[in-house]
Design a protein around this ligand. Structure first.
Ligand code: UDP
Length: 443
């Protein structure tokens, strides 16, 4: 287990964005949780400190709970390459996809071998009455030993599929033995809860922080410098820029984005495309990244020069998380249209981030994206994410119809302001902590 430093944040800082009323409501909820916890710790465990939506959220959410006086340490579990290959396979299956093959009995043995030392490290620190929030399939195997320590266990799972199939069944069959020790599950959508589920669950969509380096205002001159440094200098100032920011994951379908983009009539727009993702060497819990990135590179190299000139594969270092966030911020702000052509998606924070930045978003009607965008209102949804023709036609429309694009963008911003900012998530966590602290006392 590795400790990730948490920098405390003050919820009051959000007042200019969310107003004094929402700040007061959140402060009161957190204070009430702090008192109910009576000095107990709320531990959070996940599998990476950088790269992907979960790490992105924990930095801010744990910052705010720490800032409110709740002891909120963040730990990252240690695993080896085969472990992360197994957990990525489970990830695909929960998304309803086959992944790289079946889950075998040896996979469970290996998964549990990796759990053992992590459980021991955590067990030496957790006290009876503490709460432990485990994130995603990589950590749920710790639930049993934590319960034996007398902790209340929350499992916050960010992924799932809209409908069940043989792959989701296999994924849940792998995880089910660990769920009995969980006191409360938290899912991004109602549809993601498996049946049967031994514990109660709540639904909690993710949120973003409007003040983070990723989402806060950015000086336009600084933004230009950042774009230059990211390798997007060659995009002419007036050229429309289509952007997808994602981990290099087959479910984000970066090659499909390229293929769809290439169907646009080049003369009409002289549009450019930026596919942006983390440097694959730096995201330990996602072993597929390198392969997917290389697939994109191969596809790009095979294109004629005129097309290569308009498509940019941007690999961003994660070494400095704030710096990475500023780069993503600058790229999203430069975008004319932000796309998220995922084949499956837990929630899609990149969609939220773009909506907050008043961008017209073109995204697949899958998973949590559907909770963020009503088609034709806060963005444009693709009914068949695997169809490059539908993607190209919709992209063409959004690039052409500036009135439509502006109206989607304005409504998108409103939607995020109302529903998907961190104060809402903090109030929900505060209620959960209070409820679990209360139930432990009663026990
Ligand atoms: N992200 C980033 N740098 C990158 C690529 C992605 O910071 O090079 C961030 C992105 O801005 C978003 C998160 O990673 O905050 C991805 O979250 P999302 O929910 O879209 O997808 P996930 O990776 O969790 O499947």
């Amino acid at each position: 287990m590795r400790d990730v430093p948490v920098r405390p944040l003050r919820i009051e800082a959000l007042a200019p964005v969310i107003g004094a009323g929402r700040v007061a409501e959140t402060s009161m909820a957190l204070e009430s949780a702090r008192q109910a916890l009576g000095g107990h710790t709320v531990w959070t465990v996940n599998s990476t400190a950088t790269g992907g939506g979960v790490a992105e959220m924990l930095v801010r959410i744990l910052g705010y709970t720490s800032g409110a006086g709740i002891d909120s340490p963040w730990l990252v579990l240690e695993g080896d390459e085969p472990f992360f290959r197994i957990t990525k396979r489970i990830h695909h299956k929960l998304h309803g996809m086959p992944g790289d093959g079946p889950l075998l009995p040896g996979d469970r043995r290996h998964y549990e071998r990796v759990m053992a030392p992590n459980a021991e490290a955590l067990g030496s620190r957790v006290r009876p009455g503490d709460i432990v929030v485990l994130n995603d399939p990589q950590t749920v195997g710790l639930a049993g030993s934590l319960r034996d320590c007398g902790a209340a266990v929350v499992w916050r799972n960010h992924i799932g599929a809209d409908t069940v199939n043989e792959h989701t069944d296999q994924g849940w069959a792998f995880l089910r033995p660990y769920l009995g020790a969980v006191d409360l599950c938290v899912f991004t959508r109602q549809e993601y809860a498996p049946h049967p589920l031994p514990s109660p669950f709540v639904v909690m969509p993710p949120t973003i922080d409007p003040l983070s380096a990723k989402n806060g205002d950015l000086d336009p001159v600084a933004g230009e410098g950042i774009l230059e440094a990211c390798g997007l200098g060659p995009v002419p100032p007036g050229a429309p820029l289509v952007v997808q920011v994602s981990r290099w994951d087959p479910l984000k379908d970066p090659v499909g984005v390229m293929d769809g983009f290439l169907r646009l009539e080049p003369d009409r727009f002289d549009a450019h495309l930026a596919l942006v993702g983390p440097d694959t060497a730096e995201v330990a819990d996602d072993p597929e990244g390198q392969q997917v990135f290389e697939g994109c590179l191969r596809r790009w190299r095979a294109l004629p020069e005129a097309q290569r000139r308009r498509i940019h594969l941007v690999s961003l270092s994660m070494a400095d998380v704030e710096e990475n966030a500023r780069m993503v911020n600058a790229i999203q702000r430069r975008a004319t249209v932000v796309v998220q052509k995922s084949l499956a998606e837990g929630f899609g924070l990149t969609v939220t981030e773009a909506m907050w930045k008043r961008k017209p978003v073109l995204a697949s009607a899958v998973g949590g994206i559907q909770d963020q965008i009503v088609h034709g209102r806060q963005g444009w949804l693709l009914s068949d994410p695997s169809d490059p023709a539908e993607f190209a036609a919709a992209l063409d429309r959004l690039l052409r119809d500036r009135v439509l694009a502006a109206s989607l963008a304005a409504d998108a911003r409103r939607r995020v302001q109302e529903q998907f900012l961190d104060d809402r998530q903090l109030c929900e966590w505060a209620q959960i902590f209070e409820r679990l602290a209360g139930s432990r006392r009663a026990a």
